[in-house]
Ligand binder design. Structure first.
Ligand SMILES: Nc1nc2c(c(=O)[nH]1)N[C@H]1C(S)=C(S)[C@@H](COP(=O)(O)O)O[C@H]1N2
Ligand SMILES: [Mo]
Length: 192
């Protein structure tokens, strides 16, 4: 449990767990690595698509970080590896054209994330957890990881990142969740 030095580390209203609960709106979709694609889009226009082999050839970043679910569990020191969103943009030769992104998933899930929250080394497209390929139920083969926002922003089974002209709500944001989701500000629901 949180020892005194960790107290400022646990966001308000959260409790610490060593478990790694699985939370999905529906069943886990099977993703064949031969068919796997990740696409970067500007509005409706695809800018770049990577196959699994191409994506894994991008520079790798490791991140050890705390994660916070809006259902009130927090897990400390989770270990991830993947490609930073910065490196994805760099590989595409893309200067971010708008300050808003919508993440899209194979299961039809989506979630919006401000550009500022995914650049500067703060977010990964994660392919590994605790040294092993990311399990299907946790979003494998690849999920978005934006650890400093509530975990619903970390879209599992990621298929695309799309720049949008306006801040467009995704799956949970359409259903009353907050547009940003900062756990330290308890931005759980739209009016928080
Ligand atoms: N594609 C997709 N991503 C998703 C979800 C989902 O249903 N589908 N659920 C979100 C929610 S609400 C949470 S809390 C986390 C849970 O991730 P975990 O199952 O790895 O703990 O995934 C998020 N990403
Ligand atoms: Mo969640």
């Amino acid at each position: 449990m949180a020892s005194p030095p960790d107290r400022g580390r646990l966001p308000p209203g959260q409790f610490l767990t060593d478990d790694f609960p699985v939370l999905s709106a529906g069943p886990s979709p099977f993703v064949d690595l031969d068919e796997w694609r990740f696409t970067l889009k500007v509005g409706p226009r695809p800018v770049r698509t990577w196959t699994w082999a191409e994506f894994n050839a991008l520079p790798q970043t490791q991140l050890t970080t705390d994660i916070h679910c809006v259902t009130t569990w927090t897990k400390f020191d989770t270990e991830w590896r993947g490609v930073s969103v910065d490196d994805v943009f760099a590989a595409a030769g893309l200067e971010p054209p708008t300050p808003f992104l919508l993440a899209h998933s194979v299961d039809g899930y989506s979630t919006n994330v401000p550009l500022a929250d995914v650049v500067g080394g703060r977010a990964l497209i994660a392919t590994h957890f605790a040294g092993k390929p990311l399990e299907l139920d946790h979003g494998g083969p690849a999920r978005l990881l934006v650890p400093h926002l509530y975990f619903w922003k970390s879209a599992k089974w990621l298929s695309a990142l799309q720049f949008t002209t306006r801040d467009e709500p995704g799956y949970w944001e359409t259903r009353g969740y907050h547009m940003r989701g900062d756990p330290f500000r308890q931005e759980r629901y739209e009016d928080d």
